[in-house]
Structures are given as structure tokens and as C-alpha cells.
Design a protein around this ligand. Structure first.
Ligand SMILES: NC(=O)c1ccc[n+]([C@@H]2O[C@H](COP(=O)([O-])OP(=O)(O)OC[C@H]3O[C@@H](n4cnc5c(N)ncnc54)[C@H](OP(=O)(O)O)[C@@H]3O)[C@@H](O)[C@H]2O)c1
Length: 177
């Protein structure tokens, strides 16, 4: 859908088989290898996130280093002065990302509100999603978008293994047909 030119907009998230991505403002599992995969994948590229995801990071870990961090919010004063860019919409965030280093690849990193907006049709559609499946059956309050198998191909990119945090994890690349 990107026509083979211009930036690729990708989404990256981790979910349980039941679709949970968050609980109580955080992620209800520990899988450091997946965090390392996330870091390797997104470093050097702009990352776009919702304000609640920004606030889910401990202050000492934000902004995420070596990446332009763009936070979508209707209240930019809440994150002002923290070394991030802000935007009032997904489209505005993409415009800011396009001017950042590494913008041949832009990553939307959550949460649920922003992923839903980014996956909706628009001028810069998400064409690829890297989805980690964490092998846990846990309750949550925030859920991943559902990608229709008729529209999104699936290719395994990290084989299942046991995280030292406890659960199994694996990664699939989902590509929009
Ligand atoms: N498992 C994963 O991979 C993963 C990834 C990311 C996050 N998470 C989890 O997901 C949860 C947070 O996700 P969430 O869905 O609650 O929130 P979110 O998407 O991170 O942030 C929502 C906020 O973004 C802002 N926003 C979104 N669209 C906007 C628009 N069009 N215009 C203006 N502002 C807009 C609003 O901020 P204002 O209220 O400031 O206007 C909104 O309240 C946490 O539990 C987090 O740990 C999990």
C-alpha cells in the first residue's frame, strides 16, 4: 500500500493469545528478550506512541534513547520539556516523524488507542506489524487490534522460546496484502 516508495510505517506490540497488551498502565508480564527485540528493531527510527504509553515508561527510561520519540496527546503540556516531540493527532505525528532521523521506517508502538488509529485507513497506512505473542493467560484492560487473516499475511520471524522472565515468546511479521 505504500507503493514501494516513501517511508514504511510499521506497528510493533506484544500481546497474549487472548489479545491483552496492558493492565493498570503497564504490561502484565516480564520478557526481557522481547524488550531487547523491540529495542533492536526500533533504534534509529522515530517512534510514535499515545500519551498513556509514554507515561507507562519509568521516567529514567524515557525518552527511549537513540530514537525520536513522538507522543500523541491533546495536552502537550503534560509531556513538555521531557525531550520528546508532541502531536495532536496520528497524522500530525507522522508528519513530525517524516522529518526525523531514520524516517524511512516509522514505528507506532502503542497503546491500543493509537494502534487503532494508525491501522485505520489514512495517508500513511500501517503496512506491517511485528507482533510478539507472550504465552500467558492473564487478565488485562487494554487489548491489541485484531488483524484479519484475510488481509494480513503471517510470517514467523522469531521462533518460540522460553523467556528468562518466565513465559514463552515468539514474533510474527504481519504484512498487509
Ligand atoms: N504490550 C505492548 O506492546 C504495549 C505497547 C504499548 C502500550 N502498552 C500498554 O497499553 C496501555 C496504554 O494504552 P492505551 O490504549 O490506554 O493508551 P495510549 O494509546 O498509549 O494513549 C492514549 C492517549 O493518547 C492520546 N491520543 C491518542 N489519539 C489521539 C488523538 N487522535 N488526538 C489527541 N490525542 C490522542 C490521548 O492522550 P491525552 O489524554 O493526553 O489527550 C489518549 O488518552 C498501558 O497499559 C501500556 O503498558 C502495551
Amino acid at each position: 500500500m505504500s507503493g514501494g516508495r516513501g517511508p514504511v510505517v510499521g506497528a510493533i506490540w506484544a500481546q497474549t493469545p487472548g489479545g491483552v497488551i496492558g493492565r493498570d498502565g503497564g504490561m502484565p508480564w516480564s520478557a526481557p528478550e522481547d524488550l531487547a527485540f523491540f529495542r533492536r528493531t526500533t533504534t534509529g527510527h522515530p517512534v510514535v506512541m499515545g500519551r498513556r504509553t509514554w507515561e507507562s515508561f519509568p521516567e529514567r527510561f524515557r525518552p527511549l534513547p537513540d530514537r525520536t520519540n513522538i507522543v500523541v496527546t491533546s495536552a502537550p503540556e503534560r509531556v513538555a520539556g521531557e525531550g520528546v516531540l508532541t502531536a495532536g493527532s496520528w497524522a500530525g505525528a507522522v508528519e513530525r516523524a517524516l522529518a526525523a532521523p531514520g524516517a524511512e521506517r516509522i514505528w507506532v508502538i502503542g497503546g491500543a488507542v493509537l494502534l487503532a488509529e494508525a491501522l485505520a485507513d489514512g495517508p500513511h497506512p500501517v503496512t506491517e506489524a511485528l507482533v510478539t505473542t507472550i504465552g500467558l493467560d492473564v487478565e488485562g484492560d487494554t487489548f491489541a487490534p485484531v488483524l484479519d487473516d484475510a488481509v494480513w499475511d503471517t510470517e514467523p520471524v522469531v521462533a518460540p522460546s522460553v523467556s528468562r522472565g518466565g513465559p514463552t515468546w515468539r514474533v510474527d511479521r504481519r504484512t498487509r496484502r
